[in-house]
Design a protein around this ligand. Structure first.
Ligand code: ADP
Ligand code: MG
Length: 144
């Protein structure tokens, strides 16, 4: 529970900016495990990470729900963007090479990380909660 921090954001733009702020403090490579319901803002936050890492074309950053693994070449190295919503079985996660991706020393961001079946050593766990007034509570916790 060390290092816990929380942001409250009131718009998509503020969540994007929170993502930029969070990633500007990373010692890359970073593994980020994202939690939060559909529409919470996981992909918007990831777009902010990519902005801070120097990705030129942020329109590349979309939900990997169907592509399963997106790979962005940022100025700070490769970032893999993964969505485990449809990949909750351990063997499916190995079949997309997730164990290799996690061991590669690249930046990795995982949506629906509650479904992760492969052990990770050091990571940043980020939970996004939709509050009753539709703002978002973004909580950070170091783990591993
Ligand atoms: P997820 O990846 O968690 O399913 P997305 O990032 O794709 O969610 O979408 C979040 C949606 O919620 C966007 O349509 C965005 O405009 C909307 N939204 C409204 N308020 C916020 C907020 N404070 N932060 C992030 N997204 C917000
Ligand atoms: Mg998403």
């Amino acid at each position: 529970m060390a290092n816990k921090r929380t942001y409250i954001t009131r718009s998509e733009e503020e969540t994007f900016q929170a993502g930029e702020k969070i990633a500007s403090q990373w010692a890359t490579p970073m593994t980020v495990l994202l939690r939060g319901d559909l529409g919470a803002g996981k992909t918007v936050l990831t777009r902010g990470f990519c902005s801070a890492l120097g990705l030129q074309d942020l329109s590349l950053v979309h939900s990997p729900t169907f592509s399963l693994v997106n790979q962005y070449e940022t100025a700070s190295g490769t970032l893999y963007h993964i969505d485990l919503y449809r990949l909750d079985q351990s063997k499916e996660q190995y079949s997309i090479g997730l164990d290799e991706i996690l061991g590669e020393g690249s930046n990795v961001v995982i949506e629906w990380s509650e479904k992760l079946r492969i052990p990770v050593k050091d990571f940043l766990l980020i939970t996004i909660r939709v509050l009753p007034d539709d703002s978002r509570e973004i909580s950070l916790e170091a783990g591993g």
